[in-house]
Ligand binder design. Sequence first.
Ligand SMILES: Nc1ncnc2c1ncn2[C@@H]1O[C@H](COP(=O)(O)OP(=O)(O)OP(=O)(O)O)[C@@H](O)[C@H]1O
Ligand SMILES: [Mg+2]
Length: 303
Amino acid sequence: MRDQAEKLRQIIENLKLRQAVNQANLVNSIKKKTARVITVTSGKGGVGKTNISVNLAIALSEMGLRVIILDADFGLANIDVLFGIVPQFTLVDVINSKKNILEVLADGPKNIKFISGGSGVEELVKLEKEQLEKFVENIGLLDKLADVILIDTGAGLSDNVMNFVMAADEVLLVTTPEPTSITDAYALVKMVSHRDKDKVVKVIVNRAEDANEGNEILNKLSVVSQRFLAFKLNQLGYVYRDEMVIKAVKQQQPFSISYPKSHAARQIREISKKLIDAQDEKINPGNSGVKGFVNRLVNFLNA
Ligand SMILES: Nc1ncnc2c1ncn2[C@@H]1O[C@H](COP(=O)(O)OP(=O)(O)OP(=O)(O)O)[C@@H](O)[C@H]1O
Ligand SMILES: [Mg+2]
């Protein structure tokens, strides 16, 4: 009985997925094609950004979207560890004109590509105008190769992370239900709201005990942001605290691949559908995609 119910549920889920993909493809074919650049961030560290980036990438890829993850947690290689793959080159090799962007794209599972950020963006600031233009042209190729670019950042309110946050089309803000994590998430929202009151910030609560807790935290953050900052947050959803996530991390496998039926994997698929449904939001008109992102980033770096 349970098996049949499970099969039926899977069929329905697949149908819904297909609908979402058709919708996304339609939107894509109408619009000028540039990649959607999404920065994944958090106030406090260790809340699940890398796990969410990787598994969201897998869910989006399974829906037929082309996804590239940029590991921008400079210093600590995050994505490498989760995939168990170490790329040979990094973005720094592109910045230094040693490699072109295609040569630094590493293959992850499920058709995902990923780029290791390497030692940092400081290199970008050092470039002469011509070198910078060359870099922007080069990285602009990613608009042709990807529908979505997920940028996994380090935690915190550092200038470096804030620049990635402010330059992206959309921000996914991850928090856990722990008070310190919520306070730090709020601090980040506050900084964002001061710099751009129209920034699109979508919140994910990770490691929620249950649906009640997930919704409660989402609402709490929305209410205080609205009341004290007049800033509107977008509630993207929650992911349960799930032993399967911990197991998968130990096996250096994304949980959506090792445990596709886990709560966490299902909830990530729900979240990815919601993300795709929001595809029609027009963000950064006239300066979209990777090129727009890098142009804004460089402006912030030089400010
Ligand atoms: N939904 C979850 N359920 C249970 N454990 C989780 C969940 N999400 C993350 N974890 C645990 O938290 C750890 C940290 O997750 P992750 O590395 O994705 O966080 P992060 O925000 O990227 O950290 P950092 O700030 O260091 O980059 C994981 O190794 C895993 O053990
Ligand atoms: Mg991380």
